[in-house]
Design a protein around this ligand. Structure first.
Ligand SMILES: [Zn+2]
Length: 504
C-alpha cells in the first residue's frame, strides 16, 4: 500500500503522502464455472468418491493461522489452494453474480467450514465435492455444513451467490482507505482496495494473509465495460453487449493481493526486460497518469539491478477512481488521479513503491498482520533509494531527522512498527520507522553486505509467507550476530533505539 501522510500534529509530513492449475469440480457439481483452465498433466481425476482430484497444488499449500491483529477474518483450519471465480457485473443495477469454485484442504477434522463473505451477498447454492450442502449466514460469515472431512483432506466447494457488494470500514486512520473492499463509482464502474481484508466483500474467501492460493477468474461485463483481474488475459470474447474475459494468475496470492475492476477499460500491452509482459488497464480520461505508468519497464529494470529478476510472469497496473495505491499481485491497483495523490513526483514515487512490493509483500508475504512492517519497511527503503536516484523530492524527512525525533513521535502516537495500534493499520510508523532500522543496519554492516542480505530475503520464502522470527534469524545469519537482537528490539521499543555501532 502507498505510504500515507498523517495528521500534521504527528510528524508534520505532508506526503499526500510454475505450476499450472486446473479447476476441480467441472462436470460434477452441475455448476458451470468455466474458469480459465490451462492443461495440468498432474490431474489424475476424482475417481468415484467425488473428492477433489489430485491436482498438484503444493505451491499453494499454506499454514494459516489465527491472525493476532484481525482474528475475526479467516480461519486457521482452512488452507485454500485454488479459487476459480466467475463474476458477472451489471453496471446498471450494481448487481454482482458469482460462482466461486474453491479447492481447499482442511487442516483438522471438520463437519463445517466457514468463509468470510460480505453480508449483502446472498448464497443460493453450495456443494461440497459435488453434493449439495446446507449453509447459514451470520454477518460477514458463510458457514457450510459438510460431511465429515478428515484432517488434511482435500475438497472442492462451489458457492453460487449474488447481491450488491458493499465496502466495509477499515481498521485505519489514514484517509485514503477509510473503507476497504468492493467499491462502486460513477457510471457503474467498480474497483477494490482491500488491505488488510476486504476480498470477502466480493467473493467467499479465507481472508487472511497466511493462506495463499492460485487464482483463475472469468469476468463477464456489460454495456461496453471490461472486467480486469490480476495476471494475464487468457481469452476475451464478446457476445451481444456482454464480454467475457478470462484471467490466469501464475503464482499463489494472499487474498488482500487480489484485485478486480470493471469500467470502460482499454488494454495496452508492453514488454519489459527478458520479455516480461506488461499490462496497462486505463480509461479514456486517464491521460495524466499514462506517461507515468508507462515507465514500468524502467522501474522494474532499476529494481532488478538490486533485487534480482522480477519474480512473476507479468506485471502492470489497473487505474481506478479511488485515492490509494496497492501492490496487488502482478497488477498494481493505482489511483488514476495524479493531482489527488499529490502531484507527479508523489505519483512516481508511490507507483514505484507498489512495484517494489512485488519482491517485498507479494513474493514473500507476512504470516500475520502484526508484521505488515515486513512489507512496508523494506519497500519504503527501496522507495527512498529510488527517489534519491531519480531526483524525486523526499517529503518524509532525512534519516537524521527520523532518528533524532520523528521516529519517536510515531512510536508515541501510532505505536512501534512491530506493535502498531490495531485501529491504525498502515500508518507511517510501519513504513518509516522500519525503513530507518534498515538504514541503521546498512550503516553498521556496510552497503555491500547489506545489499546481498536485502536481495536474498524474498527468495528464502519464495511465493510463501514469513514471520518476524524468520526475518530476524535470516538477518542474523546474513549480517552478523548483532543484527537479530537489534531488529527485535527496534520493532517493539517504546523509545527509538540508538543507531547501531559500526560492526567490523
Ligand atoms: Zn506499501
Amino acid at each position: 500500500m502507498k505510504p500515507w501522510g498523517v495528521r500534521s500534529s504527528v510528524v508534520a509530513l505532508v506526503t499526500t503522502s510454475a505450476l499450472v492449475i486446473t479447476g476441480c469440480s467441472s462436470g460434477r457439481s452441475g455448476h458451470s464455472t468455466d474458469v480459465a483452465r490451462p492443461s495440468d498433466p498432474s490431474t489424475t481425476g476424482a475417481g468415484s468418491t467425488g473428492a477433489a482430484p489430485a491436482v498438484d497444488y503444493r505451491a499453494a499449500r499454506s499454514s494459516p493461522v489465527m491472525d493476532s491483529y484481525y482474528p475475526q477474518h479467516g480461519v486457521p483450519y482452512l488452507d485454500t489452494l485454488h479459487y476459480g471465480l466467475k463474476l458477472d457485473w451489471q453496471p446498471g443495477t450494481k448487481m454482482l453474480t458469482g460462482v466461486a469454485t474453491i479447492a481447499l484442504r482442511v487442516t483438522t477434522e471438520r463437519t463445517s467450514i466457514r468463509f468470510d463473505l460480505g453480508a449483502p451477498l446472498q448464497v443460493t447454492r453450495a456443494t461440497v465435492d459435488g453434493k449439495a450442502v446446507g449453509t447459514s449466514r451470520s454477518g460477514n460469515y458463510l458457514t457450510i455444513r459438510t460431511p465429515e472431512l478428515p484432517a488434511d483432506s482435500r475438497h472442492t466447494v462451489v458457492i453460487d451467490y449474488s447481491g450488491r457488494p458493499m465496502p466495509v470500514r477499515a481498521p485505519a486512520e489514514r484517509e485514503d482507505v477509510q473503507h476497504v473492499g468492493f467499491t462502486t463509482a460513477g457510471g457503474g464502474a467498480a474497483y477494490t482496495f482491500q488491505e488488510p481484508f476486504g476480498a470477502f466483500t466480493w467473493y467467499p474467501v479465507n481472508d487472511q494473509p497466511a493462506d495463499k492460493a492460485f487464482y483463475d477468474a472469468t469476468l463477464i461485463s456489460h454495456d461496453g465495460q471490461r472486467g480486469v483481474f490480476n495476471g494475464q488475459v487468457v481469452s476475451s470474447t464478446a457476445k451481444g453487449s456482454a464480454r467475457t474475459t478470462k484471467f490466469h494468475l501464475d503464482q499463489p496470492a494472499s487474498s488482500y493481493l487480489t484485485t478486480v475492476a470493471f469500467g470502460d477499460y482499454r488494454h495496452e500491452t508492453a514488454t519489459g526486460r527478458h520479455g516480461l509482459p506488461i499490462n496497462y488497464w486505463y480509461t479514456a480520461g486517464d491521460t495524466a497518469s499514462l506517461p507515468l505508468i508507462r515507465k514500468t519497464p524502467q522501474i522494474i529494470a532499476w529494481a532488478e539491478k538490486q533485487l534480482g529478476t522480477y519474480p512473476f510472469a507479468s506485471t502492470g497496473v489497473v487505474l481506478v477512481p479511488g485515492n490509494s495505491a496497492m501492490e496487488t499481485q502482478t497488477l498494481v491497483t493505482m489511483t488514476n488521479s495524479v493531482r489527488g495523490i499529490g502531484g507527479r513526483d508523489v505519483y512516481r514515487g508511490d507507483y514505484a513503491h507498489e512495484l517494489f512490493h512485488s519482491w517485498f509483500g507479494d513474493e514473500v508475504s507476512p504470516t500475520d498482520w502484526k508484521d505488515v512492517w515486513l512489507n512496508e519497511s523494506l519497500t519504503m527503503f527501496m522507495q527512498f533509494r529510488y527517489m534519491a536516484s531519480h531526483n524525486i523530492p523526499n517529503k518524509y524527512g532525512s534519516w537524521r531527522e527520523l532518528q533524532s525525533g520523528r521516529d519517536q513521535l510515531m512510536r508515541d502516537t501510532q505505536g512501534p512498527p512491530g506493535a502498531y495500534r490495531k485501529n491504525d493499520f498502515g500508518d507511517l510508523n510501519v513504513y518509516l520507522s522500519g525503513a530507518l532500522m534498515l538504514h541503521n543496519l546498512e550503516k553498521a554492516y556496510g552497503a555491500a553486505k547489506f545489499n546481498v542480505a536485502l536481495k536474498g530475503w524474498p527468495a528464502t520464502h519464495k511465493y510463501g509467507n514469513a514471520s518476524r522470527t524468520d526475518f530476524i534469524n535470516y538477518m542474523d545469519k546474513a549480517l552478523g550476530s548483532q543484527a537479530g537482537p537489534y531488529i527485535k528490539r527496534w520493532l517493539t521499543a517504546e523509545r527509538t533505539p540508538a543507531a547501531l555501532a559500526k560492526q567490523s
